[in-house]
Structures are given as structure tokens and as C-alpha cells.
Design a protein around this ligand. Sequence first.
Ligand SMILES: *Cc1c(COP(=O)(O)O)cnc(C)c1O
Length: 383
Amino acid sequence: MGADHSAIHDGSGATLVVDLDAVAENYDTLRQKSPGAEAGAAIKADAYGLGLEPVARTLSAAGCRTFFVATVGEGLALRHILPAAEIIVLNGPSRESVSLILDASLSPTLNSLHQIDLWRHSGGDGDEAASAYLHFDTGMNRLGLGADEAEALFADPSRLHDISISTVMSHLACADTPDNPMNAAQLAAFRALRARLEGVIGPVRASLANSPGVFLGPDYHFDLVRPGAALFGLAPQIGARNPMRQTVEIYAKILQVRSVDTHMTVGYGAAHRVERPSRIATVGAGYADGYPRAAGSRSGETMHAFIAGHRVPLFGRVSMDLITLDVSDIPEALAVPGQEVELLGPHATPDSLAASAGTIGYEVIARFGNRLHRVYRGGVTRR
Ligand SMILES: *Cc1c(COP(=O)(O)O)cnc(C)c1O
């Protein structure tokens, strides 16, 4: 078998710099914001694209003990990294995954009567099943027991008899907009469901808040908060100052610069026509690296990259491996092959890139490509 050469960094590709100290500091900030609760961490999807192992080790060193992932596969990978952590699988168990969950001591989230029944019979005859989270849907209409299923459960509480429910949870739909009345409605529904559940199984730990939920105040914190995005520096509330530290930067290199005359076009579709004699720089990063193609469309706000602090607008469509920038207005000495370009960094946030592409910062960071050369700053990358 040939060696894997795909990881060779030839200097033409883009580099993702992950600031693990900023992740740890964001964890501390979230913990201070929710002093009465334990702070867990949602690190599904390869820690939102930043890299599971370095992020998990850094958060563990910062004191985090409870981690949320989406799938059993992610849970198994994390168990290998953190043998003693509590790991919750948000998608819950399936017939195929029950034994994997048990063997790796993961905690499933039970999202439906079907999953409750599945888990109840997982412990073998007469034995109590391992502990699990119980998820009530209070308005997302996504995962969790809906109102009908909750009524069916309370009508026949024996369905919970052999299950140890460690935590009851729900998920907020609109927490990033604090005045949305949905927040208070979900809070009231969650309190009522918890009280009814406690009537059946006795006192139980509760968890409601994602990142923006942490910023809704102590009523929303309960016993355990589950932030993800804010750990990675995304703004928890729309339109408010972002209190989190940015954790990701992307740098790429200029590969080529050309002069383009009026009436010529740049890029696929010949969609962008220059209106003055221009210099166009071609940079080695594209949508395969996670730079959103929609950022190069004409509909959104123009996205800017930065060269030695100078703003340079994107010009032309984003292609798979390349983007093109209008460098006409910066000093010529800076617009040369080999020059470093900031695509995300001190001047360009994932949230601003997302806004120019009509999406959210979550999607931008979760889609960082495998080809990006990854560099970790600070934190704990290895045991
Ligand atoms: C992803 C997720 C979180 C974390 O949400 P953020 O908005 O990233 O903080 C919390 N709870 C559940 C159920 C999730 O799916």
C-alpha cells in the first residue's frame, strides 16, 4: 500500500489555526455565566469542525466532565480519548447500537417511546438498564418525546420501571433571540414535565440550555448546561456584542496575480465583470476547504479577506480549490504570489463569513474541510 501523501503541506493550501486556549477560556466564561449549574460541552461533528481529540482534551483539562455527541460513532471515538468522562449520545439508541453503547459506557438520550422500550430491555432479564437521559420535546418538533408520547408515558409509568433516568432534558428553539416568547413557553413546559416525571421517579437532574440558553439567565440553567457553539467563539445572541473569544483562523496564500482589463470577466460562469482595470489575486482555498461558495455570489453582502490588514473584496465565484480577490487598491508589493491572506482571523469572523453566504457560523465551522492543514495553538492536544 502506498503512503498517504494527502497530508503533505506544500505551502499552496490553506491552514486552519485553532486556538485551544481560547476554547478553554470560553469554557470558563460559560461556567461563570451559569454558576449554579454544571457546564457540559456539546462537541458533536468533530467538535464543530475544530477536531475532536484536541478539543476534548483541552475541555477535560479545563474541568469539563460531561460531553454531548450526536452519534454512537462519535461517542466511541470520544470514549477512546476520555476514558472517564460522561458521554451522552443525543441521537439515542437503535437496535444495532445498544450493545455498543453499553460496552463503551455511553449514556443514550431516549427520544421516543420506542427508544425507551429498547433501552429498558437492554439490561437483560430483571436487571435495571444503564442510566440514560430522557428528552422531552417542548417546541423544536425535532427529537424528544412529543406531547402525545409524553401523555402515553405518564399514563403508563411502568414503562420507566427498569430504567435509571439520570437527567431530563429539552432543547430551546429560539434562545438566540431573548425576547422571543417561545423561550418562556418552553421553560414553563419543561418545568411542568420535569415535575410530572419527578412524581413518578423522584428527584431528577435537569438540562435545558444550549449556548444562547446560558445567556437567558439562571431560570434556564437548571443542573447542567450544554453549550457548543459559544465554546468555539460563535456569537450566542443575535445583534448583541459577542462575549466569546474567536477560536479559528484560516490563512491561505496568493498563488498568482493578473491584470484584468475592463469588460473582462473573472471565474466560472463569467459572472463577475470588472468595471475598471484591476488586479485579481488567485488564492489557494475554496469550497472544498469549507469556504462557502455562496459567499462569492452577488446576492449577499460582499465578503472581504485581509492582506496585512488591508480589506480586499472577494471577486468572482468561489471554486473548489480557489478564490479570487480584487487586490487593485492595496500596495502592489503586498499583492504577490506567496503573500499570506487572512480568510478568517482578527478581521474576519465565522459569523461575518456566514452572513455574506446567507448561512450561520455553525455551518461555516462545521464544514471545515479535511484538506485544511490544521495547527493547534495552546491547550492540550495529546495525552
Ligand atoms: C448541538 C446541541 C447543543 C449545543 O447547541 P449550541 O447552540 O451549539 O450551544 C445542545 N443541546 C442539543 C440537544 C444539541 O443538539
